[in-house]
Design a protein around this ligand. Structure first.
Ligand SMILES: Cc1ncc(COP(=O)(O)O)c(C=O)c1O
Length: 911
C-alpha cells in the first residue's frame, strides 16, 4: 500500500492473492479503457490487449462475466469501439468488485440501457424482484469439443425452474488441469460434474497457472493414463476442497463404477448424459444439503408460531420486555426476533442439547461432516468447557497426562477435576518477546521414553497440545501423533484448536489440523506400502529400547497392527467463524470412542447447562453452513490480508522505523524450520508449502505479532492507545508486542485503518524525538532498551513437591495436582508470604520449600507460573518480582504468595 502502483503487481502464482489479482487486473483494464475512450493511443491499445490476454484464460474458469460478455469485449476492442469497451469493462469490474452479478441480472446485460441480446444466456431468476436466490457456479468437466460448449451451457441453463432454491451458472472446462485450476481459483464453484474422457493438459496457454498447479498439487500423471481419470480428478478436487459435491458421468457400467472404493468421494454416478435433469437436480440437492441448517431452520419456524409459554423464561416471546415501561429499549435494541426465538422448552420441535434426537442431532452430524470428524458436539460455554468435557471424559484419576504447561488454563483445571497427573513439559521459549513458542516433538518423545523406562507407560492416557498457539505456532500434527503412537500405540490426543477452526477450510493448513492429520494417519496405516515401511523400521530399531538415545533423532513409526487413532479436537467456532461468543465444538475421530462414549456423555452432562443459549446453538449451525459454502474463499482472503499487513508494516519506510511484524524466522527457531522458510515474501508460497509439509512448526499468517517495544510502548500500554485513540481493539499483549489477528471478517479497509494508526504513531514519535532534544532521545532509547532487552527469563515448570508424587525418586515429574488443590481448601493448611519479604529468600536458600497452594496466572503471558503443589524456585520468584503486569490471577499482592504449610505437606507425606 505504500506504493499504490504495486497493487497491480500481485503475483498470480501467489495463491491467496489470485482472486485479488484478478480484480486488480479488471480495475487496471477499467483505467486503461477510460483513457482509451477519452483519447486512444497505441500505448493504451497495447496495454488493453495485454491485460485482456492475461485475463482471458482466467475468465474461462469463472462463471461471470462468462464467454458471451468476454467475446463482446474482444469484438469492441477489435473494432476500436472504445466507449462501448469502456462501458462494458466498467460494468464487469464494478459487478466483480461488489459481487453484484450474483443477484443483479443487469450485470449480465450487454449495456446499461439495453436488454440482453441473448436472453436465454442470462441467469433468468437473478433479479431483485424475483427474490434472492443464493448463487453459485457448477464446474462441468467435459471431453466435448469447444464449439459444442455454448449449446451444453444453454442446455443446463434451460433446466432452471422457477421452484429451484438456488441459481447456478455453469463453468465449462475441457481438461484435468483446467478442472483443478478452476477448483483452486474459483471460490464460487460448489459442484463439479465430471464427464469422463477429458484430456490432461490445459487447452490454453497458462504458463503462470500451470506452474502454480505443478507446485501446489501433486498429480501422478502415470496413473492418469488409466480409465479412472474421472475418479482420480474427483479425488484430487476433494483433496483441495472436501466440501464440494462431485458427480461423475460415465459411459462405462455406471453401477460398477459406483461401487468402486475410489468412487467414495463422488456424490453420485450417472450413466452418460441420459438424465440431464437428474444431474441438475442433484447439483441443487447437494448444495441444499450443505445449505440446510436443521437447528436454525427449525428455530426460525418456531419463532413464527403463536406459542404460549408456561415455562421459566420471561423473555421468551418478549412480552415482558415490549410491554415494559422501563426496559422497552432492550426490545428495540435487539429486535423482536431474538425474543420470539427464545425458549427454555426442548419439546414442540426444539431439540435438547443434552439428549439430541432431532434437528440438533442433525445439525451436529452436519458439523461433524464439515469439520472432518466422526462426531461433533455443540458446546455453548466456550472451548474452556469443551476442554473440561474432554479431560473428564477420557482421563481417569491417577492417569498420567502429558501437557504443554503453556496450555490454556481450562486444561489445568480440567486435570484438577478429572484427577489426572499432569506431566508438564515446557514449550520452547521466545524470551525476547516474553512469550512461549510451542511444544516440540522431541521433549514429548523424551517424556514418553522416560515413562517407558520407568514402567509407567500403562498409566499414560493422553497428550494435550495447543494448535495453533495464541501466537500462531502451528504444530506438525501428523508427525507428532505418528511418533508418539510409535511409543504408545493407544495414546489419546487432545488438540486444542480454539484458534484454528478456520484452518479446516484451507487446503494448505488442513493437513496441520487435528482432523486433517487423523484422516491422513488412518489412510496411511491402512496402506500396504506403510506396512512394508514399518517392517523395515522395526528391523532397524527393534522394540524401541528407551535407553537408546538415538530414538530421539529418528522419525519413529507406529505398528500398524497395534495403533489406534484416537483424536479429540476442541474448537472455538466463535473465534474464527461467524458464530456468537462461546459457541464451541468438540470434534471426535476416535476409533475406540465406543469405550469412552458413556463417560463422554456423563462429562457432557457435568459441564453443560440445562439452559443452553438457543442463539449460540443456531449460529454454530449457520457458521458451519457458511464455512461449507464459502469458507474456502473467505479463508483465502483472510490469509491474503494477513500477509499483506505483515509486508506493509515491514516495508513501510516510516512505520518500519518503530514497528515490526515478526516473521516466521523470528517466531520459530531455525531448528524447527527444516525447509528454511523464513518469511511470507512475494512468490514464496511454494516454499511455504514445503514448510507446511515438512517443518516442525509453521507460523499461522493470520496471527500477526506486532512488535511495539521499539516504539517505546509495552504491550498493555500500546493496546490502550490503539483502543482510546484509534478505535482499534486487540486482545493479547506481551511485554513488547501485541497480537493483531486477522479473520474472515476483516477487509482491506481494516488494514488501511491499522496502517494509518501506525503511521500516525510513528510520525508522532519522529516529531517528539526531533523536537525533544537529547533528553527525549535518551529517555526513548532507555525505554526501548528496557522493553526489548531487559526481559525477564520465563520460568520453566519446576517440580511437584514430593508429597504429591507417587515415588519421590521417580525420574518422571508427574504429580497429583488435585490433591494439592484440595489440600488448600482447608485454610489451616495454608499460609501467605509476601513476595518481597526476606522470608522468601531465606526459604529459597535454606528451606523449607515454598509450595504453591494454587494456580498463579499472570496476564500476560497467560500461563500458570505456579500450579497447586508446585515447588517455587528462585527463577519463578525473580520472574514474579520483575513482572509489571496488573492482572495476576491467584495472587493478591496485599496478602502475598499463597503457600501450603510445611506441616501440612509433612502430614500428607506421612499418610
Ligand atoms: C488455546 C486456548 N484454548 C481455549 C481457550 C478458551 O476458549 P473459549 O474462550 O472459547 O472458552 C482459549 C481462550 O483464549 C485459548 O487461547
Amino acid at each position: 500500500m505504500n506504493n499504490p502502483t504495486a497493487i497491480t503487481g500481485f503475483d498470480l502464482a501467489d495463491f491467496f492473492s489470485a482472486a485479488e489479482a484478478r480484480n486488480d487486473r479488471w480495475r487496471s483494464l477499467h483505467r486503461v479503457a477510460r483513457a482509451l475512450s477519452d483519447r486512444p493511443t497505441d500505448k493504451l491499445r497495447t496495454e488493453a490487449a495485454a491485460l485482456l490476454a492475461e485475463l482471458g484464460p482466467l475468465e474461462e474458469l469463472q462463471g461471470y462475466p462468462g464467454p458471451r460478455l468476454m467475446t463482446l469485449l474482444r469484438q469492441r476492442e477489435q473494432s476500436a469501439d472504445w466507449s462501448g469497451f469502456a462501458r462494458l469493462v466498467q460494468r464487469i469490474s464494478a459487478a466483480l468488485l461488489a459481487d453484484s452479478y450474483q443477484e443483479d441480472s443487469k450485470a449480465w446485460h450487454e449495456d446499461d440501457e439495453g436488454e440482453a441480446y441473448l436472453p436465454d444466456a442470462l441467469p433468468p431468476a437473478l433479479s431483485h424482484s424475483a427474490g434472492r436466490k443464493p448463487y453459485f457456479e457448477a464446474l462441468l468437466v467435459t471431453p466435448a469439443e469447444r464449439n459444442a460448449w455454448p449449446e451444453l451451457r444453454n442446455q443446463l441453463r434451460r433446466l432452471r425452474r422457477e421452484q429451484d432454491e438456488f441459481i447456478y451458472e455453469p463453468v465449462m472446462v475441457g481438461s484435468f488441469e483446467d478442472a483443478l485450476l478452476a477448483t483452486i481459483l474459483n471460490a464460487n464453484v460448489q459442484s463439479v460434474v465430471i464427464q469422463e474422457g477429458f484430456p490432461f493438459a490445459s487447452q490454453y496457454s497458462l504458463p503462470v497457472a500451470r506452474e502454480h498447479l505443478a507446485r501446489h498439487t501433486k498429480i501422478d500423471t502415470a496413473e492418469l493414463a488409466g480409465c479412472d481419470s474421472g475418479l482420480i480428478l474427483a479425488r484430487a478436487i476433494r483433496n483441495i476442497r472436501p466440501e464440494l459435491d462431485v458427480y461423475l458421468v460415465t459411459d462405462r457400467a455406471a453401477e460398477v463404477v459406483a461401487g468402486l472404493e475410489a468412487a467414495a468421494c463422488v456424490r453420485r454416478v450417472f450413466y452418460a448424459v441420459e438424465e440431464p435433469l437428474e444431474v441438475h437436480l442433484s447439483v441443487l440437492d447437494g448444495v441444499a444439503a450443505r445449505y440446510r441448517t436443521p437447528y436454525f431452520d427449525n428455530l426460525k419456524h418456531y419463532a413464527q408460531r403463536p406459542i404460549g409459554t408456561f415455562h421459566a423464561l420471561p423473555v421468551a416471546r418478549g412480552k415482558s420486555i415490549f410491554k415494559s415501561n422501563w426496559i422497552r429499549d432492550v426490545g428495540e435494541f435487539y429486535g423482536a426476533t431474538l425474543f420470539l426465538a427464545e425458549s427454555s422448552a426442548t419439546t414442540g420441535g426444539l431439540d435438547s442439547l443434552l439428549e439430541p434426537t432431532g434437528n440438533l442431532k442433525h445439525a451436529q452430524e452436519a458439523a461433524a461432516r464439515a469439520f472432518g470428524g466422526d462426531h461433533c458436539f455443540f458446546v455453548t460455554n466456550g472451548t474452556s468447557t469443551s476442554n473440561k468435557i474432554i479431560h473428564q471424559a477420557v482421563v481417569r484419576p491417577g492417569d498420567i497426562v502429558l501437557i504443554d504447561r503453556d496450555c490454556h488454563k481450562s486444561h489445568h483445571y480440567g486435570l484438577v477435576l478429572a484427577g489426572g497427573q499432569p506431566y508438564y513439559i515446557d514449550a520452547f521459549p521466545l524470551a525476547e518477546y516474553s512469550m512461549y513458542g510451542s511444544l516440540a516433538i522431541r521433549p514429548i518423545k523424551e517424556a514418553l521414553l522416560k515413562l517407558k523406562a520407568e514402567g509407567k507407560l500403562d498409566k499414560v492416557r493422553m497428550v494435550v497440545l495447543t494448535n495453533c498457539t495464541f501466537d500462531g505456532h502451528v504444530a506438525n500434527v501428523k508427525r507428532t501423533m505418528e511418533e508418539c503412537l510409535a511409543i504408545k500405540p493407544d495414546l489419546i490426543f487432545l488438540w486444542d484448536e480454539a484458534w484454528f477452526g478456520y484452518a479446516r477450510f484451507s487446503p494448505y493448513l488442513r493437513r496441520r489440523t487435528a482432523m486433517g492429520a487423523a484422516a491422513a494417519l488412518r489412510e496411511q496405516f491402512a496402506n500396504p506400502a506403510y506396512r512394508e515401511r514399518y517392517q523395515k523400521f522395526k528391523a532397524a530399531t527393534g522394540n524401541l529400547n528407551p535407553k537408546n538415545a538415538k530414538l530421539l533423532d529418528l522419525h519413529l513409526l507406529p505398528d500398524p497392527d497395534k495403533v489406534r487413532v484416537r483424536v479429540y479436537e476442541s474448537n472455538s467456532v466463535h473465534k474464527s467463524m461467524s458464530c456468537l461468543r462461546q459457541g464451541s465444538v468438540v470434534v471426535v475421530a476416535d476409533q475406540d470412542f465406543s469405550t469412552v462414549e458413556e463417560a463422554f456423555h456423563e462429562a457432557f452432562f457435568t459441564h453443560t447447562s440445562t439452559s443452553p443459549n438457543l442463539q449460540i446453538l443456531a449460529t454454530l449451525d449457520t457458521a458451519r453452513r457458511q464455512m461449507e459454502l464459502e469458507g474456502y474463499g473467505l479463508v483465502n482472503r483472510a490469509l491474503q490480508l494477513a500477509i499483506e499487513l505483515r509486508r506493509e508494516v515491514n516495508t513501510h519506510p516510516l512505520i518500519s522505523k518503530y514497528f515490526k511484524t515478526l516473521t516466521p524466522a523470528e517466531m520459530i527457531p531455525a531448528k524447527y524450520r527444516q525447509s528454511g522458510y523464513s518469511d511470507y515474501s512475494p512468490g514464496s508460497w511454494a516454499k511455504a508449502v514445503e514448510a507446511l509439509d515438512h517443518d516442525e512448526f509453521f507460523l499461522d499468517p493470520t496471527r500477526v505479532t506486532l512488535l511495539c517495544g521499539r516504539a517505546g510502548y509495552d504491550g498493555t500500554e500500546f493496546k490502550g492507545i490503539l483502543a482510546a485513540e484509534h478505535d482499534i481493539q486487540i486482545n493479547k499483549t506481551s511485554r513488547n508486542s501485541v497480537l493483531v489477528q486477522i479473520n474472515i471478517n476483516n477487509t482491506r479497509s481494516d488494514l488501511a485503518h491499522i496502517i494509518k494508526a501506525l503511521a500516525e504513531m510513528a510520525r508522532a514519535i519522529d516529531r517528539r524525538l526531533a523536537n525533544g532534544g537529547k533528553s527525549a532521545r535518551t529517555a526513548f532509547d532507555a525505554r526501548v532498551k528496557s522493553l526489548m532487552e531487559d526481559v525477564p527469563d520465563l520460568p520453566n515448570f519446576s517440580k511437584f513437591h514430593d508429597a504429591f508424587r507417587d515415588q519421590a525418586k521417580s525420574a518422571t515429574p508427574e504429580g497429583h495436582m488435585r490433591d494439592a488443590y484440595y489440600l488448600a481448601y482447608d485454610a489451616a493448611n495454608c499460609e501467605h508470604v509476601k513476595l518481597a519479604s526476606k522470608e522468601v529468600d531465606q526459604r529459597l536458600a535454606h528451606g523449607p520449600e515454598l509450595v504453591s497452594a494454587n494456580f498463579v496466572i499472570p496476564y500476560p503471558p497467560g500461563f500458570p507460573i505456579m500450579v497447586p503443589g508446585q515447588v517455587i524456585t528462585k527463577e519463578i520468584i525473580t520472574f514474579m518480582r520483575k513482572l509489571d503486569v496488573k492482572e495476576i490471577h491467584g495472587y493478591d499482592a496485599a496478602l502475598g504468595l499463597k503457600l501450603l504449610k510445611p506441616s501440612a505437606l509433612k502430614k500428607r507425606k506421612a499418610r
